[in-house]
Design a protein around this ligand. Structure first.
Ligand SMILES: Nc1ncnc2c1ncn2[C@@H]1O[C@H](COP(=O)(O)OP(=O)(O)OP(=O)(O)O)[C@@H](O)[C@H]1O
Ligand SMILES: [Mg+2]
Length: 512
């Protein structure tokens, strides 16, 4: 007879159904796992054997075959231990044979019979709910599974014995409660920044429309400081976005104790990051920084110091909002719709833009062009807002702190995002759509400027040689500026401000 246990295999954040089939027949004493298992899955035999013995169950001296179907889907990870052990337990009559019928199972076993946490419980729970099954998962990840829906039956045992007792009815387990991570202190506030009004405005515009932002300025002008204050003005997460973001974190093993976080991700990889670290890949095709920043911000400080190949690998995900990692035998896709915020110095000496400063490496223009050539034109073209952050003056620094802080700015951002949510909701787009991410044909409709504005953008498109993408991106920023003003019509002044955010970067790219 064959016992069957439902489990999953992960392809990106997708949980594919896998059937664990256990057969125990007379014959030579062996324990085999077949069905394209990787090393961790192959080793699960030893953990299953140890855990069963520790739980007071001996494996029968027979031929045990475990088949993971479908056989052509590669199986990676350690979460197959628990379904295999439960299949064996059902086959030898240690738990009722029909007990497992309504459940999808995942978990790793320790040699002492306890069940340890695994990655990907949230997507597995959502997939189980969609298939009309309950979920058996490790105790530590129970709070994560409970997010998949109030009517999902979740069992989160600490050990094999606890689960066996539950099925026997001698010690029934309670359903775990969904958990939200406690806030780790307040976020840094915009009120800490003195002066830099233009940069603060650009930061607010970036937050309101989800636009990419590049800050260029001398050392110590406060670029890293400004970027660190972006999370404090970003709009709160909607329920759908919260689940989408948490699924990626679940697969990456970034959820602590199964608790979800309602803060938008803010990822800040160092400039020595490799391609695999940034876009994903490596063992088990893990999600990279671009996917961990999904729905939030990817902050690249000292942009030209990143390797040019790594930077150019961002171009595709920035356009499509997802990243595809090709492996030898299959492809994995992760969502990667992030907002890029980058900071850089104008040149290697850092002072190239300062009036009256002469770079050591010859004319300022050449020094700047050499440094900025490390960033490709197509990447720059994808950045809607490019601003200069000049050095703060002593006069600014001795001023009292500004009256306005993150609270006021985030209220304006939230109002602008609410306008976008209704606009794109009415057109049937997902709730997380922003002016920066809506389809190009739609932005032409919703950001149609008045007659004065049309004349301005026509003239600017010619004189600034805007690319088609540049044209649409200007419209996107103008739409956000009008949203911040609460206006339905995009006007000339909105377009003028939007165009001002493209200026300098283009000339630098042209010089390079
Ligand atoms: N506008 C400002 N108001 C108050 N303090 C500031 C301001 N700008 C800079 N500072 C101070 O200067 C320090 C350095 O700023 P920050 O690290 O953000 O500079 P940066 O522009 O990122 O420089 P680099 O190009 O060298 O990375 C901050 O920690 C802060 O103490
Ligand atoms: Mg810095």
């Amino acid at each position: 007879m064959v016992t069957r246990v439902a489990t999953v295999a992960f392809e990106g954040i997708e949980a594919r159904a896998v059937d664990v089939q256990v057969q125990i027949i007379p014959g030579s004493v062996v324990f085999n796992v077949v069905g394209l298992p990787d090393k961790a899955v192959g080793e699960s035999r030893e953990r299953v054997r140890g855990a069963l013995i520790a739980s007071g169950l001996a494996l029968p001296a027979k031929r045990i075959t475990v088949n993971l179907a479908p056989a052509d889907l590669p199986k990676e990870g350690s979460h197959y231990d628990l379904p295999i052990a439960l299949g064996v337990m059902a086959a030898i009559g240690a738990i009722p044979a029909d007990a497992l019928a309504g459940y999808c199972v995942l978990g790793e076993l320790a040699l002492d019979g306890s069940i340890t946490a695994v990655n990907g419980v949230l997507p597995a729970a959502i997939a189980a709910a969609a298939r009309g099954l309950g979920l058996i998962c490790p105790a530590q990840t129970g709070p994560e599974a409970a997010w998949a829906g109030g009517d999902l039956d979740v069992l989160a045992p600490r050990s094999l014995i606890q689960l066996a007792n539950h099925f026997k009815g001698s010690q029934v387990m309670a359903r775990p409660e969904p958990a939200m991570a406690g806030q780790a202190g307040p976020l840094p506030d915009l009120a800490d920044i003195k002066g830099q009004e233009a940069a603060k405005r650009a930061l607010e515009v970036a937050a309101a429309g989800g636009h990419n932002l590049l800050m260029n300025g001398p050392p110590g002008s406060g670029k890293s400081m400004l970027a660190a204050r972006l999370p404090s003005i970003l709009p709160p997460l909607g329920p759908r976005e919260l689940l989408d973001i948490s699924m990626i974190q679940s697969v990456a093993g970034a959820l602590k104790d199964g608790a979800l976080s309602n803060r938008r991700p803010f990822r800040q990889p160092h400039h020595s990051a490799s391609m695999a670290a940034l876009v994903g890949g490596g063992i088990g095709a893990r999600p990279g920084e671009v996917s961990l920043a999904h729905g939030g911000v990817l902050f690249l400080d000292e942009l030209p110091e990143f390797s040019p190949q790594v930077l150019d690998s961002l171009r595709q995900p920035m356009e499509t909002g997802e990243v595809m990692i090709a492996r030898a035998n299959h492809r994995v896709t992760y969502p990667a719709r992030f907002q890029l915020v980058a900071a850089m110095n104008p040149c290697r000496c850092g002072q190239g833009l300062e009036p009256g400063y002469a770079c050591r490496r010859g004319p300022n223009e050449r020094c700047m062009a050499q440094y900025q050539a490390r960033i490709s034109g197509p990447l720059l073209d994808r950045i809607d807002l490019r601003i200069e952050v000049p050095a703060v003056t002593a006069a600014d620094l001795i001023l009292p702190p500004p009256a306005e802080g993150s609270r006021e700015a985030s209220a304006r951002v939230a109002a602008a995002r609410a306008l976008q949510a209704t606009r794109f909701g009415e057109r049937g787009l997902p709730a997380a759509t922003t002016n920066a991410t809506c389809p190009a044909n739609l932005i032409e409709q919703v950001a149609h400027p008045d007659a004065d504005g049309t004349a301005l953008i026509r003239q600017a498109a010619e004189s600034m040689r805007l690319s088609a993408r540049g044209f649409h991106r200007t419209l996107r920023v103008a739409r956000t500026l009008a949203d911040l003003d609460g206006e339905a019509q995009v006007r000339r002044m909105h377009l003028a401000e939007a165009l001002s955010y493209r200026g300098r970067g283009d000339s630098a790219a042209a010089a390079a």
